[in-house]
Design a protein around this ligand. Structure first.
Ligand code: FES
Ligand SMILES: [Fe+2]
Length: 401
């Protein structure tokens, strides 16, 4: 398939993929099986608690070398729209220029360092609240009151400090450090590229956003998105009702992955010829290394939603925040559709914060007190987790014991 072909019909590709996943789900449902790793993997408590490893993650994953998702294109669709990206500790503002290009800068006045933008209100200029230096949407200094005091400093040299930013298929990626070597998104995504491109995130319209915190390590919280082995117990009254426990369809794409969790309707498919299978919407949990989960789901056929979870470490190994947003995949179709997307946000936020993140926090108190060599065992059925931890360890250059 010519994935690079701009004429490719992404909807057709999604249908094809949805059918392939449906086939694998039906086979697992009929046989009671799941995709598995060759064997279990023993991780260690220290992988989560070690402050040296934590500092290496902050530096090598969140410190500018890896492109991170700052938002989607329609979070800032028009010239003058802006986004703030501060979760890595480096305050960054992303501005959409008159030419439609999204550019990122340190959110720091080049006079004496004041923060320029404190909210996401659109405007044609950015005026510093301290002494009113004014910058245009391309970061150039265009207003310098009392210029006589700055003899010898050319306005042209006092523009905002740029930060690497790429808008790719509807996703805005930022490398949150001034001076970081820009990474080609295509190289970062590798074989995952068509899986993300086919989501057509450039059409997604934001509906609702918020954040969820847990007194836990960011990776310990991230682990909860990677397996369905806990559905029947932790989510007994929610996802466990609708989805098979301990069953997944897993595909690895370098450090990224996609995992599908078959719902219980997959069982009925096995007794039907494929020609009679209902057409289902494409869906799944997409892990975009190192910290982003894109969940494509639907309330019912044709009523989809896109959820994005971005997990960030806090100041210590035991703090984290998840920025969570829900989008209407091809725009909000009606008031009812908006309400459904909002419902999907609220229901998911409730499950994550009252079920997954409660475990993440109370497990953390154990882990933080445990000997660093205490085994944390990923079953072969928890296939995504070992691969995520291996990819992180590779990237930070610290082996897993
Ligand atoms: S710090 Fe911004 S104008 Fe002085
Ligand atoms: Fe969960």
């Amino acid at each position: 398939m010519a994935d690079a072909d701009p004429g490719l019909n992404w909807a057709a590709r999604r249908r094809q993929q949805a059918r392939a996943i449906q086939r694998r789900s039906a086979a697992h449902a009929a046989a009671g099986t799941t995709d598995m790793a060759p064997g279990p993997f023993v991780n260690r408590a220290g992988t989560y608690t070690d402050p040296v490893r934590f500092a290496a993650e902050q530096r090598h994953l969140f410190g500018g070398d890896v492109p991170l998702v700052a938002g989607l294109s329609n979070d800032m669709p028009n010239p003058g729209d802006r986004l703030l990206f501060e979760e890595t500790g480096v305050p960054i503002v992303i501005l959409r220029g008159k030419d439609g290009v999204a550019r990122a800068f340190l959110n720091m006045c080049t006079h004496r360092g004041a923060k320029l933008a404190t909210d996401c209100t659109s405007s044609a200029r950015l005026t510093c609240p301290f002494h009113a230096w004014t910058f245009d949407l391309a970061g150039a200094l265009v207003g310098l009151p009392g210029a006589r005091g700055f003899a010898g400093h050319a306005k042209a040299d006092l523009g905002l400090v740029p930060v690497a930013c790429t808008e790719w298929h509807g996703i805005i990626f930022v490398q949150p450090r001034a001076g970081a070597t820009p990474v080609m998104i295509e190289d970062h995504l590798g074989s995952f590229l068509p899986e993300l491109a086919q989501l057509e995130l450039g059409k997604a319209e934001p509906v609702k956003a918020g954040e969820m915190r847990a007194a836990s390590n960011w990776k310990f919280a991230l682990d909860t998105y990677g397996e369905g082995y806990h559905f029947a117990t932790l989510h007994a009254s929610t996802i466990g009702q609708t989805h098979f426990n301990d069953m997944c369809v897993y595909d690895k794409f370098g450090p990224h992955h996609r995992v599908g969790f078959p719902d219980k309707t997959a069982l009925a498919l096995a007794s039907l010829p494929e020609s009679e299978w209902p057409e289902v919407d494409y869906g799944g949990v997409h892990y975009l290394f190192p910290n982003t989960i894109l969940f494509i789901g639907s309330i019912e056929p044709g009523k989809g939603f896109t959820q994005i979870f971005r997990l960030f470490p806090g100041k210590t190994p035991g703090e984290m925040v998840t920025k969570f947003a829900v989008y209407a995949p091809t725009g909000v179709q009606s008031d009812q559709h908006r309400a459904e997307c909002e419902f999907a946000f609220d229901a998911t936020a409730r499950v994550v914060s009252t079920e997954d993140y409660v475990i993440a926090a109370n497990g953390w108190t154990n882990m933080a007190a445990a000997d660093p060599m205490t085994p944390i065992i990923f079953g072969a059925n928890e296939i995504a987790l070992a691969n995520v931890h291996r990819a992180i360890a590779d990237r930070i250059g610290m082996a897993l014991d």
